[in-house]
Design a protein around this ligand. Structure first.
Ligand SMILES: NC(=O)c1ccc[n+]([C@@H]2O[C@H](COP(=O)([O-])OP(=O)(O)OC[C@H]3O[C@@H](n4cnc5c(N)ncnc54)[C@H](OP(=O)(O)O)[C@@H]3O)[C@@H](O)[C@H]2O)c1
Length: 328
């Protein structure tokens, strides 16, 4: 690791993680059943090497990413850097069962004891490691039996296979409900968040207004702040929509926001990606950004966002532009 990146504690844990994390979803190359080829494996190692050089010490995974291939190819980094495991943090997720494991079934969610235990074993095997630093439940399962989750978490924790636990895409009420049964704290909640995906913030702003924006996530951001649960932003680069990805007839607010991002980047002498990351980090909740680009230049561009302080006015300019609607 070359560059020194700012760090923060992840929730109430002792993990000192970088403010920008790398999201390994695309590393496996494709979502089909074909095994990962040499080129995909070499490319994955090159991408991880770039992220490490930028100072990133936190790597996000899920059992399902590229049907398990993303975790598998990630393990190629151990050959290059055998002592790396103790210096970085690995997070994976479980709980989504895509239709490909049984073509007669649609994608569904599964927080049963058996599924959680099976999933973690699979992740450990593919990642070629003895433990995960963090395990997240990927998307809320309406059939959750919290006692089963608690039993799985106890066993995983006691066996040393998982150090810390969290959730993803969950509301405050869902976290509070689950936490009631768990003996380990929830330390993270990973949610989609970027300049043009701001439901978490909008809820408080449009409360009691005649406004269709109300997403009813019931104070999730406040709950996470209050309980020291780190919010992790997936999709922080808005998939390139604001930094030059070619799209047919973009909505007016997307074009306006892209122009503003480019202007601010020019003024500050940084990249547009850096502005998007700095916008997320300006929020006092200390949100960790999980970038998922496979383009090594874009990884470096996004990492420039670490250490850039947006002013209150700059933050609001981007927020209002991204909403495509003035404040009430
Ligand atoms: N918890 C969840 O439910 C959930 C859901 C989705 C993702 N995640 C996690 O979050 C990570 C990041 O998510 P994300 O991939 O949505 O985030 P992102 O970093 O906002 O977007 C990355 C994607 O945008 C593309 N992109 C960015 N800038 C571009 C540009 N200027 N031109 C063209 N394409 C551009 C990238 O393509 P290139 O690769 O070509 O740069 C890549 O496909 C994932 O890897 C995963 O770990 C979690």
């Amino acid at each position: 690791m070359n560059r020194i990146m700012n760090t923060q504690q992840l929730g109430v844990s002792d993990l000192k993680v970088t403010r920008i994390a790398y999201g390994s979803m695309p590393l496996g190359g494709s979502w089909d059943g074909a095994p990962a080829g040499v080129e995909t494996r070499e490319n994955a190692v090159k991408i991880i090497r770039t992220a490490l050089d930028e100072g990133i010490n936190f790597y996000d995974h899920a059992d399902i990413y590229c049907r398990g291939k993303s975790e598998e190819v990630f393990s190629g980094i151990w050959q290059e850097a055998p002592s790396l495991r103790e210096k970085i943090f690995l997070q994976s997720k479980c709980g989504i069962r895509p239709g490909w494991d049984d073509p007669s079934m649609p994608t569904r969610f599964d927080f049963s004891y058996e599924h959680i235990m099976r999933s973690v074993e699979g992740s450990l095997k593919r990642l070629k490691t003895d433990y995960l630093d963090v395990l997240l439940l990927h998307r809320p399962d309406p059939l959750v039996e919290p006692e089963e989750v608690a039993r799985a978490f106890d066993e995983l924790h006691q066996s040393g296979k998982v150090r810390w636990f969290g959730v993803s895409n969950e509301t405050a009420a869902e976290i509070e409900y689950l936490s009631h049964y768990l003996r380990q704290p929830i330390i993270a909640n990973q949610v989609e968040f970027n300049v043009i995906h701001t439901h978490m913030l909008d809820e408080g702003i449009v409360f009691n207004q005649n406004n269709p924006r109300l997403s009813r996530n019931h104070g999730t951001i406040e709950y996470c702040r209050l309980h020291n649960i780190t919010l992790q932003a997936w999709g922080p680069l808005a998939r390139g929509l604001l930094t030059g990805r070619a799209v047919d007839k973009p909505a007016e607010h997307i074009s306006k926001t892209s122009t503003l991002v480019a202007q601010m980047a020019k003024e500050k002498g940084v990249t547009g990606e850096a502005i998007l990351i700095a916008w997320i980090m300006r929020h006092p909740a200390k949100i960790q950004a999980i970038i998922g680009t496979t383009n090594t230049a874009r990884i470096s561009a996004a990492c420039q966002g670490d250490g850039i302080e947006l002013s209150r006015d700059e933050w609001y300019k981007l927020f209002v532009a991204g909403r495509g609607e003035n404040m009430p």
